[in-house]
Ligand binder design. Structure first.
Ligand SMILES: Nc1ncnc2c1ncn2[C@@H]1O[C@H](COP(=O)(O)OP(=O)(O)OP(=O)(O)O)[C@@H](O)[C@H]1O
Ligand SMILES: [Mg+2]
Length: 255
């Protein structure tokens, strides 16, 4: 379980400071697929980056499975991070390494249990993960020989290499067409079923949110303005921004 409690994040800027998150509180249950939506600049990435401490909250705390992680440093922080997989907006696969070696890569960093496996065992695990994301036959290909959706699935497999209990996905499907997106989503849903992993998914696509998220939070200007089950948010959006995102004119009834 992830508990974000009263988190604010202020960045120093040339003009002074900018508050990217304002008193955000959110609880995400184990094995849940939780969606974050909101306009560009709303604070979605900043919030997700606070979960693995790529950003440190200026105030407030983040607890993972009851443990306050906000002040972790050094070795403890690295060990904690190895329990969290992240798929970024940009893919960042190594072009000069095979797909299999890309997936294996986190095991070579030496911060998690998989780093203690022999190279052969690590490769075996990497190929099992490629099977999970449906790309077993691409193990010896190079990233630039794959489609965008396939590369995205390689990035997902790589994020799973350390057996994380949480997977953070920042816009994992935004650059993809509808059919490819569907295959990536199917992969994520499958991973949740197989591994019971918690998935936090940032998306601009309401289609994505609606198809796989159990619950959704809507962000606007550093705040969470609405949250609920996917059904609740889509069928009875409360906040103005949610209605705007859903393309509903104010005053109009929701079908
Ligand atoms: N390091 C930083 N320094 C200053 N301001 C920042 C920094 N990182 C983010 N911000 C600001 O915080 C706000 C939230 O940014 P964030 O990246 O979280 O938005 P987002 O909701 O993920 O947007 P998008 O949908 O475009 O990815 C933005 O106004 C951004 O300019
Ligand atoms: Mg972002």
């Amino acid at each position: 379980m992830i508990e974000i409690k009263n988190v604010s994040k202020t960045f120093p800027t040339s003009a002074g400071t900018f508050e990217a998150l304002h008193d955000v509180s959110l609880t995400i249950g184990s094995s849940e697929i939780f969606g974050l939506i909101g306009e560009s600049g709303a604070g979605k990435s900043t919030l997700v980056r606070c979960i693995n401490l790529l950003e440190r909250p200026t105030s407030g705390t983040v607890e993972v499975d009851g443990r306050d992680i906000t002040n972790l440093r050094g070795r403890e922080l690295r060990a904690f991070r190895s329990g969290i997989g992240m798929v970024f907006q940009s893919l960042s696969l190594f072009q000069q390494r095979t797909v299999l070696e890309n997936v294996r890569f986190p095991a070579t960093l030496g911060t998690s249990d998989v780093s203690r496996l022999s190279a052969a065992e690590q490769r075996k695990r990497a190929s099992q993960l490629l099977e999970v994301v449906g790309l077993a036959e691409k193990a010896e290909s190079y990233p630039n020989q794959l489609s965008g959706g396939q590369q995205q699935r390689v990035a997902i497999a790589r994020a799973l290499m350390t057996s994380p209990s949480i997977l953070l996905c920042d816009e994992a499907t935004s650059a993809l067409d509808t059919l490819t997106t569907a295959s990536v989503l199917k992969t994520l849903a499958h991973i949740r079923e197989e591994m019971g992993i918690t998935i936090v998914l940032i998306t601009h696509s309401l289609y994505v949110a609606r198809s796989i998220c159990d619950r959704i939070a809507v962000m606007e200007a550093g705040r969470i303005v609405e949250q609920g089950t996917t059904k609740e948010v889509f069928e009875a959006p409360k906040a103005q921004i949610t209605r705007a995102l859903l393309g509903i004119e104010s005053g109009e009834e929701v079908a």
